[in-house]
Write a new protein. Structure first.
Length: 276
């Protein structure tokens, strides 16, 4: 069964430059015995083997004695075919080098960093504030309590690169009045941004409890945080109720963002030229 190269693209031959030899400059070169075969042209290499060296192999038995013309032509064809092999091997090494340089240019892929902060037991009163109080919590990569109007853990590790940050926390209120609307809005942003009312409209998630005196809810959000920043969570009450409220039990997961880069020419493919 013959090999059929049905791909409509091939390697960008012009970008593979390790092989610099010119076959036509050598004494063994003959235009009749040496076809031009592009790099990665499997059909061309197969044909060269079958119709070139293979043809001579079929003719060898008929040579009763040393025939200089036959063997000279055979050696030229063999050398030409080996030259094509060498050219393709050099191209493969060019590709390996190119891929290595491309991966290196992307840089450190980074590791996922997870931080747990504002930890407190269900029965604890830690982090509770009046449900009508507006405030913000600053969360650094190494925070334990974070920074708010009452707490400061003195930890200030900023992001060392751009991250997609996933936040999960618990929002809960207690000593509520069942007859009151206890809505609280929460907005996640980063220290490079200024809080605005538009941000509240676009990004906020809300906690709402009615008909109960105690209520807790798992909440989550995600945000892209640039290098040299930290996360902020703003608590914005939308009520005039009584009782206390808190956000605690944070799990903050930092996933490095690797910026894409254009492929170098050596990894691009060009349209396959039709054989004339």
């Amino acid at each position: 069964m013959s090999y059929v190269d049905d791909k409509d693209t091939r390697l960008n031959e012009a970008s593979l430059t390790s092989y610099k030899d010119k076959a036509e400059k050598h004494c063994w070169y003959d235009s009749c015995d040496c076809d031009h075969i592009p790099i990665a042209d499997c059909d061309g290499l197969v044909d060269e083997n079958n119709k070139g060296i293979g043809r001579y192999a079929c003719m060898a038995d008929s040579q009763k004695c040393y025939n200089p013309k036959f063997f000279a032509s055979f050696m030229r064809k063999l050398t030409c075919q080996l030259n094509h092999y060498i050219e393709n091997i050099c191209a493969l090494w060019d590709m390996v080098q190119c891929m290595g340089e491309y991966v290196a240019s992307i840089g450190d892929m980074g590791k996922v960093h997870t931080n747990y902060s504002r930890n407190s037991a269900v029965s604890s009163s830690t982090f509770y504030t009046p449900i009508t109080k507006e405030y913000e919590v600053s969360l650094y990569m190494d925070s334990t309590t974070g920074v708010d109007f009452e707490n400061d853990d003195q930890r200030r590790r900023l992001t060392d690169r751009q991250y997609r940050v996933f936040l999960r926390w618990c929002a809960d209120g207690t000593t509520l009045k069942a007859s009151e609307d206890n809505t609280v809005q929460l907005v996640v942003y980063h220290s490079g941004e200024s809080y605005t009312t538009d941000m509240l409209k676009q990004r906020s998630v809300h906690w709402q409890m009615m008909g109960v005196t105690d209520g807790a809810m798992e909440m989550s959000d995600t945000i892209i945080v640039p290098k040299g920043q930290y996360v902020k969570v703003r608590v914005v009450p939308d009520n005039s109720a009584s009782g206390v409220f808190r956000i605690h039990q944070f799990k903050v997961e930092y996933v490095p963002i690797v910026e894409g880069k254009d492929l170098p020419d050596c990894l691009k493919f060009t349209e396959k030229q039709e054989q004339k």
